[in-house]
Design a protein around this ligand. Sequence first.
Ligand code: GLU
Length: 321
Amino acid sequence: MTRRGRFAPSPTGQLHIGNAITALAAWLQMRQTGGAFVLRIEDIDKARSRDAYAEQLQDDLLWLGLDWDEGPRVGGPYAPYVQSLREPLYEEALEKLRQDGRLYPCYCSRSELASIGSAPHGLASEGAGYPGLCRRLSEEERLAKAAKKTPALRFIMPDHALPFEDAFAGPQPSDGDDRSDFVVKRADGMFSYQLAVTVDDAAMGITDVLRGVDLLDSTPRQLALYEALGLKPPAFAHVPLLVDQEGKRLSKRDRSITLAGLRSAGVEPEQLLGALAHQAGWIDRPERLTARELIPSFGPIRQAGEHLLLTEPLRRLIGAG
Ligand code: GLU
């Protein structure tokens, strides 16, 4: 079977060097294994997404030499590759979950939940996350709330752990943390990232999900959705987050770390690719290399925990140290 990987950015800002390592890793993984590389624009958050960012991120990827076999501009068998055009698929998945009794309406507002969380004798014993209030409503209570408010829809998490093996981060027991029921469709009609990403990865036949470690905690939720929808989950690999010498996450607002900023500062793609590959531990010396030249070097990202401390060549390139 041909492997299928993807890069799935949200067009809510410019790509930065952290996104670039993720995109590069996903592209190299497919180019090394002869798989297909898919680009999908995740713009379900319409208020924050911009077409101009979607266009720019494609220009940025091509500048780096990362081309895609399927996606915007090139099309493909699973088009459209833009989430805002795929809503009927998300609605279909919701319908199945609804019929299987895996959803319930939730009337809680953000502020109500926040006050429960901070109450001195609140629901701390029920763990972090949503305390399941609306799951326990009587029919009478539910009708009273329904008369006043449009609900969000929550998915009922299973009681069992959802362990998985992460190709970069190692075994994930996924038996603690946030196992609470989560929103799959907001009261304003917006589908959640968890639902859309699961439906799309499955519908597009994705076998390898490679993405930032900030989404590691989302994976058990997505595994629960794969299970509930009767879909086969992909393999997962999460790329550690780049941090500076003080252990701080690089700021998205810092223009020096966006691809567009580096490009306008005169940085060549081969310089950046060499520094990124060195940062990831794929090459020992930061040479100037094209994306194609890096294909044989790709492997797991060397890491200690969730963070990747910015190494000298990349730090020098972005002028941060
Ligand atoms: N759209 C998500 C983001 O840009 C990534 C989704 C994924 O790779 O699963 O953060």
